[in-house]
Ligand binder design. Structure first.
Ligand SMILES: Nc1ncnc2c1ncn2[C@@H]1O[C@H](COP(=O)(O)OP(=O)(O)OP(=O)(O)O)[C@@H](O)[C@H]1O
Ligand SMILES: [Mg+2]
Length: 290
């Protein structure tokens, strides 16, 4: 897709796999009320994640990506529009969704292992199988030896890795991930990216993955959804047909490089801003704050 789509074509592509959607967001708008005036974070945004599909969302800082994730998670109600998980209207957090937040939001009085076990503890007493699974997730995120440490004893990247393990703990059908690797060092980030791909290939969970990183989005996703500047709306959707598992060789392939370069040009040239104007006539209406 060389040219950014019109509002209609991008919206149609963003909600493409309608037959077996795990997550459907339809015509979402979000206006935050604030003392200094209302602030519109999202406008007329539609996208879906098919069952077993990996969708990455790319967009500039402040365009509403975390807002979008909070809505999908049932933590925030949209000002207008609809949210469905597995065909059912979302009214609050769902047990079958794992959330990995941009900030790890750990419980400071609980150890690493206890934090990872939180999704189980809110439902029942953990058994030995739960503890064994939590320990294997602690190993996955390379924190073995830190199980009994408290969050204040960990670096920011280590805390984020605890948040990732916690999001995987109850083995949800759908994962919502908000820049989960942003705080990690480069080597751990590569390791976690490959682990996520391997886990996804083995389990075919539905994933909505928010990132600032163009190569990370293209490496991991079946589809990359590109958002405009705030108020965020879908301005492009790119199918990534690269074979899996994707490897270091994939990153050197002409197709991978071409897709990444095309996305870089979108952001660098300000094409998104221009496209957003086409896609959102009258976007400023009803917005009191810049
Ligand atoms: N609770 C809130 N109350 C008021 N405004 C908010 C609130 N949360 C977010 N915003 C505003 O909504 C807009 C979108 O914020 P959001 O956090 O969704 O952006 P983002 O795309 O996730 O940014 P980043 O890439 O920097 O994480 C921003 O202008 C922000 O100031
Ligand atoms: Mg964010």
């Amino acid at each position: 897709m060389e040219v950014i789509g019109t509002a209609e074509s991008s919206t149609a592509a963003a909600i493409a796999p309608a037959a077996a959607d795990r997550l459907t967001l339809r015509k979402l708008s979000v206006v935050y009320g604030a003392k200094r005036g209302n602030l519109q974070a999202l406008q007329n945004l539609s996208l879906s994640v098919g069952d077993g599909e990996f969708v990455a969302v790319l967009g500039p800082s402040g365009c509403g990506k975390s807002t979008l994730l909070s809505i999908a998670a049932g933590l925030l109600a949209p000002s207008s529009g609809e949210v469905e998980i597995a065909g059912r209207r979302v009214n609050g957090p769902s047990a079958d969704v794992g959330i990995i937040f941009q900030q790890p939001t750990l419980l400071p009085w609980k150890t690493v292992l206890e934090n990872v076990l939180t999704p189980i503890v809110v439902k029942r007493k953990p058994d030995s199988a739960d503890i064994a699974r939590a320990m294997s997730l602690v190993e996955l995120v390379k924190l073995q030896g830190f199980e009994k440490h408290f969050p204040f004893e960990l670096s920011g990247g280590m805390q984020q890795r605890v948040g990732i393990a916690r999001g995987l703990m109850h083995d949800p059908r759908m994962l919502l991930m908000d820049e989960p690797f942003a705080a990690l060092d480069a080597m751990t980030r590569e390791h976690m990216t490959d682990e996520l791909q391997a886990m996804w290939m083995a389990t075919r969970k539905s994933v909505l993955f928010i990132t600032h990183s163009i190569p990370e989005a293209v490496y991991l996703a079946d589809r990359v959804v590109v958002l405009s500047e705030r108020p965020g709306t879908v301005v492009d959707v790119i199918d990534i047909d690269l074979p899996r598992p994707r490897t270091l060789d994939t990153m050197g392939s002409p197709v991978f490089i071409e897709i990444c370069n095309r996305l870089r040009r979108f952001f660098r040239d300000g094409s998104l801003a221009a496209a957003a104007k086409v896609a959102r006539p009258g976007a400023a209406a009803g917005e009191g704050a810049a």
